[in-house]
Design a protein around this ligand. Sequence first.
Ligand SMILES: Cc1ncc(COP(=O)(O)O)c(C=O)c1O
Length: 407
Amino acid sequence: MRKIPVTKPYFDEEELEQIKGSLDSGWVANGPRCVEFEKKIAEHEGIKEGVATTSCTTALHLAMVGEWMGPGMDAIVPAFTFVATENSIVAAGATPVMVDIHEETFNVDAEAVREIISRDYVMKDGKLVNSETGNVLWGIVPVHEFGLCCDIYAINAIAEEYGLKVIEDAACALGAKIGDKHQGGFGNTSCVSFHPRKSITTGEGGMVLTDDPELATRMRELRSHGNSVSAAERDKGKGFLLPEFNVAGFNYRMTDIQGGMGLAQVKKLDFIIDSKREKAKYYNELITEKLPELIFPIEPEGYFHTYQSYVCMLDLKKLGIGSVEEGGEYRNKLLALLEERGVATRQGTHAVHTLGYYKNRFGYKAEDFPHAYACDRLSITLPLYVQMTDEDQQYVIDQFRDVIDNM
Ligand SMILES: Cc1ncc(COP(=O)(O)O)c(C=O)c1O
C-alpha cells in the first residue's frame, strides 16, 4: 500500500551545509545568516524590510504590538483561519471581532467587514468606537488563506475610509500575488510562516515584512527584549556594555541555524511554488474527470495561488446530503477510511468562533458565521508536495472515488 503524507518539506545538501556552517562558525543564535535571510525574503516579495522571528504567531504578535494594538481595542478578523491569528490579537491585549468568509476562496468577506463596522461602531473624535464595549477599533487582520491572497484592495479601501490599520496574516502565502504584486506589497505590514507545512521551512520560524523602516527598527527592539542594539552590531566593537532598553520587549529571535536553513530554502522557493502549481492543475483535471463530489480550490482571474495547501470542499448537492452537520459526519468518515488506505488528508482549517476559548469568552454560536462553519465541516486538504508523482496523485483520487462509491 502506498503511504502518502499530507505534505513533505523539500531539502537537499545545501540545508545541511548551511547548518554545518553555522555550527562551525559558533554563531548559532540570531546573527548574520538571519540578516541575510531577511534580505532575501524581503527581496523576493519586493518589500524593504524583513524581521525574522521564531514563528508566524510571534511575527503577528510583534507586528501588532509594533503597530500599537493593545488593551481597549478591537481588531476585525475572519472566523475561518488557524487559531493563531485570533490568539495573537488576544496576546496583544486586544479583542478579536470575527466576521464571515467567502466559501469559494476561504478568504474574508469585505462586505461583512463593512456591515459589522456600520452595525457595531460609531465615529467619535475621528475613531470608530464599539457602541457596546467602548473599545476603539484598531483595524483589520485579513488572512491570505492557503496561499491565495484575499480581496486586499477592498480591505484597504475600508481601512482608508475609516482610518484603520491593517496587518496581513500571510502565514500560508509567501510568494502569493495579485497581478505582479506579492503579498506584503499592498501597503500593509504582513507576516509569513516557515513552519514545515508552508512552502519553505526553517523548522519553526516566521517573518514580518514592512516598507516602514521606523516600524522595522521598533520591531527589532521588541523582538530582542527591547534591546536597542542587536548582537551582530555589538559584535562589531565596543560590545562590552549592555545597551539601552527603552521598551519592554520579548525574545522572538530566529536562530542562525534556522537563518542558514532559510537561505538554502529560499533559493528553492520559486521552484517549489511552480511545482505545486503544476500538481494543483493536475488535481483539478483529475477531480473534473473522476470526482465531481469535490469542489476544487479556485484561482480568481489575476491572482497567483501558491497552493500552500490544496483545499477542496465536499459538494453536498452532488452527494445528496441535506445539512452541513450530516456533511461533516460524512467528511470525517471519508477521511478516516482514506487514512486506512494510506492517504493522509486534513480538514482545511477551523472555524475559530466554534473553539472552546472563543465560544465561551465571547458567546459565539456556530451559525453566527455560516460560511466559516461550513468550511470547518466540509473542507478537505489533499496531499501536495514537490516529491509527489503523477501516480501518487492518481492514487489519491482513485482512493477517494473508491471510498465514496462504497460508503
Ligand atoms: C493563517 C495562519 N496564521 C498563523 C499561523 C501560525 O504560524 P506558525 O505556526 O508559524 O506560528 C498559521 C499556521 O498554520 C496559519 O495558517
